[in-house]
Design a protein around this ligand. Structure first.
Ligand code: MLT
Length: 285
């Protein structure tokens, strides 16, 4: 079940998995508890992380209470239906920082950003770098859009209320998953989730993404351990592009997830969880 908190711009729903009793034990032992903040992509919800979360929960560090997992529904998505649609990605970053404040999470977190969730990391770094202990960039980009991509986004933003969100699911489908995964239930679940997204939210996110600046200049400034994770057949954030992002970040490890397209956390959740846990081990060492 999701919990929710009131923020300046409405309520934000979030999934919260912490191992109650053992967390207290871990606190009593004075060991740090890392919060993993899992930020979903466009136009999805926290549910895209469900199976990855299940694998994270099987880990020793979850069982002994060393990690807490928070996965919000960004403003306008899933159960976070209140509040004005954001005008820029910075507003999503502000919501995430306010969520951490509302949950009294003062210690630096592990930010895990998938695709648009990664784009939101860039304004988050600019305003809230002190909140970061480590970063996992999952199937995402630092570059801004080409003129053509920007025009396609703005067309969708203008038309989506007329089209309906099911058309958005149809348009996005070929770029999200490996073709060989087409008949698997997680594909239908993801498409159904997109088809049920609020068209106003889709329009707002597309407009915000279209105006995002190129964030490549931030990569060399990242001074926390970073894991760059990409599906081997990702058509949106390619292996080549993510590898050069990893090379530009001083302390990055690079993981290619086999048998996955853009939706690596959905297509290969066990492998994505493993790469995130490797990052957690690096910061614990
Ligand atoms: C996402 O998965 O968040 C989107 O594909 C990102 C994008 O449209 O660039």
């Amino acid at each position: 079940m999701l919990k929710s908190v009131s923020l300046a711009d409405g309520e934000l729903a979030y999934f919260d998995a912490s191992h109650g009793e053992t967390s207290k034990q871990s606190l009593a032992d004075n060991k740090p508890i890392f919060t993993l903040l899992l930020v979903h992509g466009f136009p999805l919800t926290h549910a895209m992380w469900n199976t990855t979360i299940r694998h994270l929960q099987e880990s020793e560090c979850y069982r002994i209470g060393r990690i807490r997992i928070i996965a919000p529904d960004l403003r306008g998505y899933g159960e976070s239906l209140q509040g004005a649609p954001p005008r820029c990605l910075e507003e999503y970053a502000d919501d995430l920082s306010q969520l951490l404040d509302a949950l009294s999470i003062d210690e630096p977190i592990v930010y895990v950003g998938f695709s648009m969730g990664g784009y939101i990391l860039w304004p988050f770094i600019q305003k809230y770098a002190y909140r970061l202990k480590a970063i996992a960039l999952v199937d995402t980009r630092a570059a801004d859009d080409s003129e053509e991509a920007r025009a396609t986004r703005l067309k969708m933003a203008n038309k989506v209320e007329q089209w309906g969100s099911a058309r958005v699911a149809e348009l996005m489908h070929p770029k999200l998953f490996l073709e060989q995964h087409s008949d698997l239930p997680f594909v239908q679940e993801t498409l159904a989730s997109i088809a049920s997204a609020n068209p106003k939210t889709i329009a707002a996110s597309q407009t915000a993404m279209a105006s995002r600046p190129n964030a490549a200049n931030l990569l060399p400034t990242i001074n926390v351990p970073t894991q760059v994770i990409v599906g081997e057949s990702d058509l949106i954030s390619t292996v080549e592009e993510m590898q050069s992002m990893a090379q530009a970040i001083p302390v990055a490890e690079f993981t290619v997830i086999k048998k996955a397209g853009h939706m690596a956390p959905v297509e290969q959740p066990r492998e994505v969880a493993k790469a995130i846990l490797e990052l957690v081990q690096r910061i614990e060492a």
